[in-house]
Design a protein around this ligand. Structure first.
Ligand code: G3H
Length: 487
């Protein structure tokens, strides 16, 4: 109904350029539009959400867990009818390859089903009684209230649902703002939301984040912010809250995950994993490997093999079979990559691979930069794209110092074959990051594993069961034992 409230619309452009006919120049495809709500309209959504939580339609937060589970089961069943359309929209809106778009959809369905299973166990565990000092209390797991969920463009469906579903199933009322790239794919789901859930418990917030999300935060009535995206956007949202220090938040932010390739590493394995880690979905993953420290004894061999592997990658539209590198969301991203490369060159780096640094509109060719100096921007900045900065080292203290001093602390990978040397590095790294990957790339999954980070990388932990805990609070119903005995 909201679409009729507002006069303004925001146009959604695909990252993919097409020619209208044989002689025309390629143009960016217009995919559609969505309403741009103003502050007043956003606040109406908040009011109706508060109403749905406190009294309207009454029942969502106090509904029996089994009944809320039934709603989510119905939703996930209906969602699967829309798979083809959602997968297609993922390809058009964010240029994710067909195979990866399907994986994102299937992983989301599995996440929802696993969440339901985890809740069944969590609920059993939490309906225990406590008895101490003549007080007997039942512990309940209750919702927080109104949760604002915002997911990122690189996993618009999956990472929106990794907070939205657990928040909802725990009895919260959810307002979710889809990312600006990856927004139209929610359209086929609106009908499923409506069919599966009571009115008012799930609300879509359309518009510019700075206007609509900030307006909600400024009221102080959002009980929890679940945000996955850039640290800058999270900071500015948090600052609009009247008491930011009291706000409950689940944040999945930036990272600069390093790989350390030791002299005794299996180079073939290290190259394969570093390539996947750095370039899957064009490097647009918070878990991507964003800087490689390679031992100087093997660095030349490593660079040669990595360049050869890059040449085998297929770069094309997401609709082509076996495509690996696809367009970036905007041409501005490409400009940013070129700036990073120029800057690294000023500090002595060279583009190592054939075609590295080349581009065409939203396409950007994977680029290896070597040797990257600590003064270069890419040594510290999260590139979120297909550039691989490589730093040679001969003393392990250099990569360890990098990780210790970094603003980020999500994950790291180590490649090697000497268990004693690796054990010492693991012991140092587990105090600095939240996952150490041995002879493999960094990654979030499987989704039942805890996923978090230190410093500017995350607040709170996401996993199927951690999310259920994060979006709930333990409340007590307590009585004097003597009174209970009497009645
Ligand atoms: O962008 C951040 C995602 O959490 C990465 O997830 O490792 O499964 O690709 P992934």
């Amino acid at each position: 109904e909201l679409q009729s409230w507002t006069k303004d619309k925001i146009t959604v452009l695909s990252p993919i350029f097409c020619c209208k006919n044989e002689d025309s120049i390629p143009e960016q495809i217009i995919l559609g539009s969505y309403p741009s709500l103003d502050e007043e309209e956003a606040l109406k959504i908040l009011d109706s959400s508060i109403n749905a939580y406190n009294n309207g339609n009454g029942a969502w937060p106090s509904m029996k867990v089994e009944d809320r589970i039934k709603c989510v089961e119905k939703f996930v069943y209906l969602m699967q009818d829309n798979k083809d359309e959602i997968v297609n929209l993922l390809m058009w809106e964010i240029a994710k390859s067909h195979i990866d778009s399907e994986k994102e959809f299937d992983r989301t369905v599995k996440y929802i089903i696993d969440t339901i299973d985890a809740l069944k166990t969590l609920d059993r565990n939490s309906s225990k009684f406590l008895k101490e000092e003549s007080i007997i209390a039942q512990i309940r797991r209750s919702p927080l209230g109104i949760v604002l969920c915002m997911g990122p463009f690189n996993y618009p469906l999956n990472e929106t649902f990794t907070t939205l579903i657990p928040a909802l199933i725990m009895g919260n009322v959810v307002i979710f703002k889809p990312p600006k790239h990856g927004i139209l794919l929610f359209r086929p789901l609106l009908k499923a939301f409506k069919e599966a859930f009571p009115p008012g418990v799930i609300n879509t917030l359309y518009g510019r984040g700075r206007t609509v999300a900030s307006a909600l935060m400024a009221t102080g009535k959002i009980n929890c912010l679940a945000f996955i995206g850039t640290s800058k956007a999270a900071d500015s949202l948090q600052k609009t809250h009247p008491m930011p220090h009291r706000l409950r938040m689940i944040l999945g932010l930036e990272a600069k995950n390093p790989a350390i390739v030791l002299s005794h590493a299996d180079i073939t394995v290290a190259v394969k994993e570093c390539l996947l880690g750095a370039l899957s979905f064009n490097g647009q993953r918070c878990t991507a490997l964003k800087i490689l420290f390679v031992h100087s004894e093997i660095v030349n061999d490593f660079l040669k093999k990595l360049s050869d592997e890059i040449e085998k990658l297929k770069i094309n539209s997401p609709f082509e079979d076996d495509v690996f590198i696809t367009p970036m969301p905007t041409e501005d991203r490409v400009k940013y990559f070129l700036e990073l490369i120029e800057d690294a060159k000023m500090f002595g780096a060279k583009v190592i691979n054939k075609f590295g640094g080349s581009y065409n509109k939203t396409y950007f060719y994977p680029t290896i930069l070597y040797p990257v100096n600590k003064k270069a921007r890419i040594y510290h900045e999260e590139q979120f794209g297909p550039i691989i900065p490589v730093v040679p080292f001969s003393d392990i203290d250099e990569p360890l110092k990098y990780i210790t001093e970094s603003n980020y602390g999500q994950q790291a990978s180590i490649f090697g074959s000497d268990p004693d040397e690796m054990a010492k590095i693991i012991d140092a790294l587990v105090n600095q990051v939240c996952r150490v990957n041995l002879n493999s790339q960094c990654q979030r999954g499987p989704d039942i594993f805890p996923f978090t980070g230190r410093k500017d990388s995350a607040v709170g932990t996401l996993s199927v069961s951690d999310a259920l805990r994060s979006f709930s609070i333990r409340t007590l119903v307590a009585a004097k034992s003597s009174d209970l005995n009497k009645h």
